[in-house]
Design a protein around this ligand. Structure first.
Ligand code: FES
Ligand SMILES: [Fe+2]
Length: 299
């Protein structure tokens, strides 16, 4: 799958435990599990013997065992035991990937010349409580991202919820450099960007500075499938019991808003916006124009 080089979210930390989990990403199949130290192991989910899914197998003694013929692979992907021969097979290697776990996500670096650690929004600090919901949309990542950079849809798509009093005519400042797009809805009165987008996959909406944010990590599953990790971060109610009680409230309202977007975004053709040639962009599409330029320069 053709994508810009970047750090990509692979999974949320709480999705990965000792049992192997299948994760589809970049049109490939991966298996993720935790070794005895709790470190995430990410490997191809295609057994190098005869291509069965290792995620259907078991983790025993810090190794993953294929469900088909019982070949055993260690955390480095080396085949440490074949039942038929009773021996290891040093030449049989299961593709294994280095990941980093930060901010409640497992990350994979895809490409060279990238920073040592994944980028992050410094506003999202340890003092905030977060609530996560995961959504899978059958469309290309470009359409999902562009929707989150598009303020002119608010009074239409979200007329019954967050968009009922939004004026599309308001002045807006939009800045872009080679890694980030920033949108200021009220640039005259605030120098805090309302939306920050770290190209190509991390989005942050500031609703109340230091206190209330919405965050999305976009995960390219396949050219026609994108997974969204949507998180609300809040610093109003951080007492543990109360904070966790609010989870369903935030997730419910976020899911309603996202389902309003979903319907129209899934109707867009072609799925991959970089292959469109005849869309006419207007001033309110400036952030989308920047996104498309960055995409073109990086793919
Ligand atoms: S397919 Fe995995 S051991 Fe045969
Ligand atoms: Fe929306």
């Amino acid at each position: 799958m053709q994508l810009p080089d970047a750090w990509y979210v692979v999974a949320s930390s709480d999705e990965i435990g000792k049992k192997p989990v299948a994760v589809d990403l970049f049109s490939q199949k991966f298996v993720l599990w935790r070794d005895s130290t709790g470190t995430v192991v990410m490997q191809s989910d295609v057994c190098p013997h005869r291509s069965a899914s290792l995620s259907l197998g078991e983790v025993i003694n810090n190794c993953i065992t294929c469900p088909f013929h019982g070949f055993v692979f260690d955390t480095n992907g080396l085949c440490s035991f074949i039942p038929e021969t009773g021996r290891p097979a040093p030449n049989l290697k299961l593709e294994t990937f280095n990941t980093v776990e930060r901010h409640g996500f497992v990350w994979l670096k895809r490409g060279e010349n990238l920073p040592e650690s994944p980028p992050w929004f410094d506003q999202l600090n340890e003092k905030l409580v977060s609530y996560q919901s995961i959504h899978e949309w059958p469309t290309h990542i470009s359409r999902c991202v562009e929707n989150q950079l598009d303020y002119a849809h608010l009074p239409f798509v979200h007329k019954r919820t967050i968009g009922h009093s939004v004026n599309v005519l308001g002045p807006r400042r939009i800045d872009c450099d080679e890694r980030e797009i920033k949108m200021y809805v009220d640039a005259e009165n605030s120098d805090i960007p309302t939306i920050r987008f770290i190209f190509p996959n991390l989005w942050l909406l500031t609703i109340k500075p230091e206190k209330f944010f919405q965050f999305i990590a976009f995960v390219p599953v396949a050219p026609g499938v994108t997974r969204l990790y949507l998180r609300a971060y809040q610093g109003f109610f951080t007492v543990p019991g109360l904070a966790s009680l609010l989870g369903p409230v935030f997730n419910f309202s976020n899911s309603i808003i996202l389902s309003e977007d979903r319907q129209v975004v899934l109707s867009q053709r072609p799925l991959d916006s970089s292959t469109t040639s005849d869309e006419k962009l207007f001033p309110s599409d400036r952030a989308i124009k920047f996104f498309r330029e960055l995409w073109r320069l990086n793919t």
